[in-house]
Design a protein around this ligand. Sequence first.
Ligand code: PLP
Length: 385
Amino acid sequence: MNVIYLDNNATTRTADEAVDAMEAYYRDFYGNPHSAHRLGRRAHEAIEAARREIAEGIGAGLEEIVFTSCGTESNAIAIMTAVAQKKQPRIVVTAVEHPSVLSLVESLVATGRADVDVVSVLPGGAIDLEALDRSLHQPADLLCLMLAQNETGVIHDVAAAARIARAAGTRLLVDAVQAFGKIDVDVEALGADYLSLSGHKFHAPKGVGVLYARRGTPVEPLWHGGGQEAGRRSGTEPVPSIVGLGVAARLAVKSLERAAEVASLRNRLEEGVLETFPSATINGAAQPRLPNTSSISFPSLRADQIVDALDAVGVCVSAGAACHSGAPSASRTMRAMGVDDASAIGTVRFSLSRDTTAAEIDEAIVRIGEVVGSMRRGGEVAAGV
Ligand code: PLP
């Protein structure tokens, strides 16, 4: 049975071109990029070449790019900079941020290190700009706003939020982890002071990320050491991974040409599913969305069971609901969007990539129809609904 991978918002397959480029930096050019000899120089040059790819990819300057280990770390550096710079900073987040933002700010509140305001989203998933405006009437040090939501793919109006933040004198962290390689990401157009990327979401290897920090914007390192990345991120750089990141970034930007094709496959998937299950709903469908993402609620079914059943027939997807000790509960994002519990616990995320084919989508529709159809029949008997 062929595996149909529709979980690209969780992670992507590393591009062959990236793996090929990385190999030499494991086998031959293994010098420390800070060593003075030829192997060191070679590694250093490779890092700088990757920095150029990333900088070009998001419209930034070279010195504004910091290599990190992942999107979680990039978000943490920006947030912890606000904490390091000021006693008890005020941080504003939206209710649908990734746990790398929400869990961190919650821990800052719990330990008395920051004040946090959570701005709501509207039922379709868009940020409530009026609520943001009200929140920023009170001075705030940092606004954390994702460009594209990981569960629904909803794209936020970051430029509008940035204008509000700028007028209020608040710095803006844009979490662009899910957006890069799927839609255009430009730090100037967005008005970002900080911006986070994660390699493994755009066909680079896992364990490498990027923090963009606008020229003149403070960056307090999370830890100290050899002073790599201009003192902003100490630790010997993972040269092969950074090489892979650079190659993947170039491919990601190029693949934007194909975004409309990916969107039409995603739409075909949604139409196929809705045809079979008219009671299913698409979350965030009325909003601008990433071309690759579909969050589908199957009311009265359990997403964790759908994920397992689809896995058994070779379709890899994610549950949009959290599952703790066997009992699923609505994800925070679904709650924030006002999705009712019966739909929220039956929410499944399908996420395509530029490699997804029409044949895979057609086959996925058939397998989803069979699996979810039989669960519904079984569920109707068992649950009596
Ligand atoms: N931000 C968003 C929107 C994400 O979707 C993710 C990962 O799913 C992250 C941040 C964290 O990225 P990483 O896995 O590289 O730590």
